[in-house]
Structure formats: C-alpha cells, structure tokens
Design a protein around this ligand. Sequence first.
Ligand code: DUC
Ligand code: ZN
Ligand code: ZN
Ligand code: ZN
Length: 489
Amino acid sequence: ASFDLTVRNARIVTATDDFHGDIGIRDGRIVTVAQDLPAGTRDIDAGGKLVFPGGIDSHCHIEQLSSMGVMCADDWHSASVSAAFGGNTTIVPFAAQHKGDSLREVATNYAASAAAKSVIDYSYHLIISDPTEQTIERDLPELIREGITSFKVFMTYDKLKLNDTQLLDVFAVAAREGALPMIHAENNDVILWIARHLIAKGYTAPKYHATSHAPAAENEATNRAIQLASVLDVPILIVHVSTLGGAQAIHSAKALGASVHGETCPHYLLLTAEDLDLPGTEGAKFCCSPPPRDEASQEALWKALKNGVLQLFSSDHAPYRYDESGKIPAGDATTFKQVANGLPGLEVRMPLLFSEGVLKGRISLNEFVALTSTNHAKMYGMHPRKGCIAPGADADLVIWDAECTRTVTHAGLHDAVGYTPYEGRSVTGWPQTVISRGRVVVDGDTLQVAAGSGEFIARGLPAPLREQRKHSPETHFLRSLFSLDKTEQ
Ligand code: DUC
Ligand code: ZN
Ligand code: ZN
Ligand code: ZN
C-alpha cells in the first residue's frame, strides 16, 4: 500500500476550508489530500465525522512550581495524556525560571522530563523572572536559536514580576533574536493594595481573590505593556485576557498598526466571579489569575475571538488539587492570598469551545480550527508543519464526533487534579480518534501510545516577527541602538 494510514470519507475542516475527502499518510506525514484514495495499510472510516488539524494548546502549566512554590498536580505524562484525550496533538507549557535559577539549567531539566514522559509532540516556552546578563544576553539568545522562540514575563507576583526597565530589556532581546514575549498583564500594586485592605477588614474568603484582582489592574498593565512594547515597536502577545478593557486596548493598538496579539481561555468565557462565592473554601476551586469576571466580559471576549482581536484560545491549564498540596493550604490564618492560582482545562478546552462556540453560533467551524490549532502554530513558529491538513504537514488529526453529548465529570477526565470547574456541564462534540504523526494516540476510550513517544518540536520564527514593518524615523533610530533592523535602511 502506498499509505501507512488512510482516513476516509471525512468532512475535512481547516482554518480556511471545509470539504469531503480522504487523507493519505506515510511516515508520519500527510502525503495526499484527495477524493477516493487507495487503501492504506490501515484504513479509518471517518464517515459522518469531522476531521480537524490536531489541537495545539500553547498555554498550559505542567511540572511547574507556582510563584508560591506549589507544584502542579500534572506531570508530563498525565498532562499529555489528558491533552490527547481532549483532541490535542501538541502542547506548549512553560520551563519556569525562578530568581537565582540558571535559565539554561531550567530548560535542560524541563526538556529531559518532557522527552521521557510526553505521549504527544511538544515544545515549551520559557518564563523569565531573573533577567540577569547571563540570562538575557547568553542563555536566552542560545535557547531561541535552539527553537524556543517565545517566553512569558509577569507584571505581577512579587517573586516573578519584572519592572518596566526589565520589560524593556527583554523586549529588545526578543526583537533582536526573534522571539515572542507573552505577557501576564496585571498591576501588582493595585492587587496588593486592595488585598491588604480586604484582609484587614476580615474579607478573607476565596471570592475576595476576584475582588482584589480588579479589572483596572489588568487594564492598566495591558495598556502599559502595549506602550512599553511600542518604544521599539516589538511584537507582543497578551495572554489570558479577561476584561473588556484589556480587549479594547489590544483592539485599538492593532487598529493603529501595532503588532499586539491576544489570547483568552475557557474560564473567561464560561465562568464568572460568582462561581468563587461558595460555602467555606469551595470557591478556591475557581481561583485563578486573572479571575473569572462577569457576563458582560464574557460577551466582549466572545466578540473579540470572533473578530480577531484575540487570536488564540488556550486552556491555561494550571492544575492544583483541592487539598493541602494545592488549593487549600493548612493553617488558621489562611486567606485567599494563600490559594494557588489556576484552573485545570486541557482536556475540555476543545469540547467546550465547540459546544458553546460553534453549536451556539458564536464562531464558525473554520474559526474553531484557527482558534484551537492553526493560529497557535503560526503564532509560535510551528506552521506549516503543525496546524494544517496539507501535503507535507505532520499527520496530526482529530476525528471529531459533533453529535456526541457528554456530561463533564472529573471521573471521566485523565488529569491528576481531582476536580473540574465544569463538573456536571453538558457538552456536545468530542474527539473520537486522535492521530499524532500518523500514530493513533487515542481511539475512543483507550490510549494507544507509550510515555516518551512524543517529539520535541524545534520552533521557527513566530509569525508576528516575520512581518517587515515600517518605522517612524524616531523609532527606527532607537531600534538602531539595539541592532533591531539588520537589513532595513
Ligand atoms: N498565570 C497563568 O498563566 N496561569 C495561572 C496563574 C497565573 O498567574
Ligand atoms: Zn499568567
Ligand atoms: Zn498560565
Ligand atoms: Zn526600522
């Protein structure tokens, strides 16, 4: 047979197309997309099903210590298995530098763990919290050349945050070396100031976490990040946008020509701050940063996804167990400040967006594919190897049953978190078969591949950095101080 695997009779949906056909796969790659292909060594009949490029979750936390030193519940094995069952064929979590850490060592250790355990392909971003000269002038440029072409920086958390000077420093290195900065934009002082006054008056329950992370803190920091990036016209990505003001800041920067991009996550579309208002410490299950907001914010974010103000939809899977190892630390004086920040969501990201977005008419099927796969591949330098169904691309596919209705329960998921914020929700549309580089990874309820069978993906230049951009004479002069325009006159 000329194909190792043929996927037949599929309704193939990409970010731009929607047609019926067969997909011929050999040596892990798609070789032909056409009608009536000859049989492969193995044939899968996808009649009546949709076939998408495998999901890419470019924002998830795996084997990472929180700013407070709490370890995630998921390791590379449980996280990659959970991701695969949710329709994903590539994950991109974070190798996190804490103050004093060598960035190089952090990356080396993280890569070793991924190689030993991941069941699907992967890359990782860096988190930079200690921008010493060694970090940003030697380790970071080298790692970028090795294919780690993105890193996250924080404007909040005492132990992670960079100040404005440090942000300018890392933006300049990113632009020079060809990497995309991802920004956690919240104003640290606003959050600390509100929290201090809440706690002083005895407002310590989990729901006050949301009160302290005021929308104004996110909006201010988003605007500041955009302005700081504009000094040298550096492309940036604002991650986990949760507010109307954040989306507006990105929208107006884009409209005026800045290379500013945005991401949002399931919890900002589907949860609100009221979900934190539960008896005792139950609300801790919904504590994440930024926090879920209100219905008006949800509506604004749906529109921002629909019209391209935000072009990524990621889980921000940040798994902490609802026990003393994570969400509810021991001690009498426990307040919302001690709760680990983050929600699980790797496995339900695609089903939730399909059910709530596509089936409710908020986004199209093509937009669903762009938001869950293709845009991630482009944003992070993996396109056209990943994120598309075309000859030459990796055979990363999800065969999707658009009619399957399930009730989300934690027992039915594969992560190690022990709860889901979406318990009891009815969701229609679920992956049936997941194929990664031509290997069937998930078939119905069964995992078919071993730990360590995923491959590291060395990434190229992120799409925002491929653009040739025209600068004002002032900006061009400032850029020349940092050698940012190698060819431009
Ligand atoms: N930022 C994230 O991206 N995830 C969880 C918590 C946080 O602060
Ligand atoms: Zn963050
Ligand atoms: Zn995150
Ligand atoms: Zn220039």
